[in-house]
Design a protein around this ligand. Sequence first.
Ligand code: ZN
Length: 294
Amino acid sequence: MKIGIDLGGSHIAIGLVDENGKIIEKVEKNIKLNDNLISEIEPFIIENIMQFKLLKPIEMIGIAIPGTVSNNKIVKAVNLGINDYNLASRLKEILNIDVKLKNDAKCAALAEKKYGELNQYQDSIFLSIGTGVGGAVIFNGKLLEARNVPGFEFSHIVIQKNGTLCNCGKRGCFETYASMKRLKEKISKEFNLNTIEGEKIKKFILQNENNPTLKYIINNYIQDLAIGISNIINIFEPEAICLGGSFAYFEDIFIEPLKKALIEGDLLFNKRCDIIIKLAKFKNDAGIIGATLI
Ligand SMILES: [Zn+2]
């Protein structure tokens, strides 16, 4: 048995995963960003793994991190406010089990490649669109990674000069236009909804389809998303693209307009008459399952 942990921007989930990638047990906790986030996360992880250890022997612990991981250390997780932290060695010291860390989108891509929607493709792109935007490339059946720093920071490719300020410190990053969090915040603010809860925002969109301001916001969102994705397509020419994160819950609203913007817009270098866009099979469990495949 392996442990997969998904450390997200708003919650942490720990799963006991069998050799077929199936989650046997799972515990979750919502987290709020604060300066003592680590002191909140670590005891939760340790306590629960101690419990899991009583059930089954644990081979390894994999942790999906929403940020940059290098040499098994967290270099930068801008949406969590964590920098230069050696979570793996801290946990190994206490639990005496090998701990491996990897970027969460890369973990999710590994899960989709091995057990999910990308299984039949050799060249594919995975994008997780949620609090931020994470990405990974599978090329010739393998996850691409650079040697020193991990790279593939699709969320921080600039799509607008002097654009919106990003959590990374740059301006105009893809993430500041394409993240679901930013879209939900924009809609909530514009219509005084006092919530950024996905279900409520989705309901509001469906009930106000013909509102011109809402149409404008959503159309802009789709255009920005298409620009970012087209840049990635033009570089890697994938057979398929898999989209995960909270975006997946809005599939019926966004997928067709996105496809249309990619195919009919003047964005792709090599024109396509169809684009295979898959929705992540594992939704919120992708990080947990993928973390056991590191
Ligand atoms: Zn950025």
